[in-house]
Design a binder for this molecule. Sequence first.
Ligand SMILES: [Zn+2]
Length: 236
Amino acid sequence: MPGNDTAAIIARWPAEGTPKHKPMLILAHMDVVDALPSDWTTDPFELVEKDGYFYGRGSGDDKGGLVPSLVALLKLKEAGFKPNRDIVILFTGDEETQGKGAELGATEWRKWTEAEFALNADGGGGAFTRDGKPLGFGLQTSEKTFQTYYFRTRNPGGHSSRPRPDNAIYDLADALKKLQGYRFEPALNETTKVYFTERAKQEGTASSAMQCAPGWPTPPTARALTASNPIRSRLA
Ligand SMILES: [Zn+2]
């Protein structure tokens, strides 16, 4: 990969005969976030199956998306399935770091990755009850990313023999405490509105998070949303 020592793979399963549709693209990433073996009870870089769970760095993100995608294609091939459109896979190796593979996939490699739509195994996902009843399948249409802000405080300063009650470091600490207490108001989009509407049907609107469902008179603050379930703070 230009710029780093990871690899990416693009592979194509051509349609049988003349394709009826434009290709579909399946995306996943092969790399994992770093892991300190001393923090682990098993070797983080070896997949271990224990008591019904998989242990291993990245067994969820994104081997849990990558491996089933690949296995599904292999099984389809084995079963004699003949695709009526090309199926293209793009597996990248730097999603957790530079994201160059995805960037190239959307630009320079477009001649190989061009598709009618892409399915990214790294987002969304389904869940089952313990007895195997499907709970639903969530689709992720976008992802929040981080934003870096810098705080700088200035103060006339002085001499340590004559300490003053104010101080640039304290000003910075005050600002950080204010930041800690600040919560943005939830801003729902088309996807999250549908999500809350559907979940409200399953769970009712008793929990404060579900009061985000459209039509609820006073949507809760993001703080209430986070308090009820931190995972849901990503949705608003
Ligand atoms: Zn991921």
